[in-house]
Design a protein around this ligand. Sequence first.
Ligand SMILES: [Zn+2]
Length: 286
Amino acid sequence: MVTTGHASNGLKAVSTAIGALFPASANQQDMSAIGICAPGPLNPLTGVIINPPNLPFWHNYPLAEEMRRAYGVSVKIDNDANAAALAEAKWGAGRGYRNVFYATIGTGIGTGIIFDGRIYHGRTGAAAEGGHIGIDRNGPLCNCGKRGCIEALASGTAIGRRARQKVSEDPKSILLEMADGDPQRVTSEMVAKAHAANDPVAREVMRETVDMLAYWLGNVIDLLEPDVIVIGGGVSSMMAPFLEEIRQRWVGACLNPSPQDIPLVLARYGEDAGIAGAAALCELGS
Ligand SMILES: [Zn+2]
């Protein structure tokens, strides 16, 4: 993705990506719609990119309108998590459910809400930022400027950071060996491996992570009572052994009388979640 230059260069980058899928020789009539997962904040209702920190040249940029003008087809734009949530609800782990809460846990935590089969956007399209629900107002500073967001506590980045702190205090952990003796090089991937090897520091880090995710999802259940919760993203495979434990912790942690009736499942789409999401946006009625 282009990160410097003018708005037209950004548009060119998108057109180049489309050109790779639809070379000039292909029949343009085969293209019925364009779906784009773009970095927020954006307004999916108008297709305007507002002011993404990593794409400063797209300030209040009408990307959908520009693309519509260039290709003459319907264009849908949304953020990655909303689009991936829709793909999971249509074709993936949330298929068959009307109300889906989706969370992608990776370097950050993104979420999407599918309400009655459609993306819930809120008033201006800024809804469903569940990764920035705070669970500790005195917690670590989040990239968004608030403190104690679940993203700042339980994302892959946060898991790595908490592990680095603990390894500095407990040099006997095998995590230190994995990081070639430098606590600052410990990553969340190493935590997963060390946990599998029964390392006490990694076990403690994962216990805390499970605690916080269970508490956060308990809040989500009390707010939305979804039919299913789908977890995707790079850290989701690391969480796979803990899904049942998280569900058990909801009992007594939710006001909801039957939280254990809500399935907590892994997403179908992994690295291809963005592609599936963009395709889902194109489907009629989405
Ligand atoms: Zn935040």
